[in-house]
Design a binder for this molecule. Sequence first.
Ligand SMILES: NC(=O)c1ccc[n+]([C@@H]2O[C@H](COP(=O)([O-])OP(=O)(O)OC[C@H]3O[C@@H](n4cnc5c(N)ncnc54)[C@H](OP(=O)(O)O)[C@@H]3O)[C@@H](O)[C@H]2O)c1
Length: 171
Amino acid sequence: MKTILWATLSANGNYAQSSPENPPKKEALDDFAKHAKAAGNFIVGRRTFESMQGNNGGGGGPFGALDIVVVSRVAGDIPGATVARSPQEALDYLQQKGYQHALIGAGAELHNAFLGQGLVDELIFNVAPVLEGKGYNLLIDKENYRYKNVELLNVMPLGSGVVQMHYAVSR
Ligand SMILES: NC(=O)c1ccc[n+]([C@@H]2O[C@H](COP(=O)([O-])OP(=O)(O)OC[C@H]3O[C@@H](n4cnc5c(N)ncnc54)[C@H](OP(=O)(O)O)[C@@H]3O)[C@@H](O)[C@H]2O)c1
């Protein structure tokens, strides 16, 4: 099973946070929905999942038909989703269900856990035309300066100034 980490970045390379002042671009949201539908699933951090539920009024919204895995160390059962205690447990669950791809859909803390544990095969970064002040970063190592080369597979404009970069990560 191939793991694909999907994220929207700001033009200055931060991990974009959505807020009333900086709502996500429709092009980026549509792109996430496209990839989630193609994978049949997505993995999400507990905090991001809760904000998605708030935005959908608590229902399944456009993702109701998908296998949603919420990663949390403490959450109990969540209706409409499967709870995994770690990134690896989330992948094991999707792997045993026979999926070809696992889409890792956010947020910053969970993305960094997947990156730090070397569990990512591909990256899809949508760069939004916005500069951010204080914010989150995506990191492969929180303690040390370290670099890892990635292979650029594709670059594609999505409209409204959003540019998608698709990379392969060697494990
Ligand atoms: N740029 C983008 O593409 C994008 C997409 C979506 C969201 N966002 C932004 O991301 C932000 C939310 O991200 P966040 O970092 O606050 O939260 P998050 O990553 O969505 O969720 C964090 C929670 O996930 C669980 N978790 C994380 N790592 C774990 C691990 N290694 N093992 C077990 N559980 C783990 C923990 O849940 P428990 O506390 O329950 O144990 C943790 O509190 C928001 O600002 C949102 O706007 C950005």
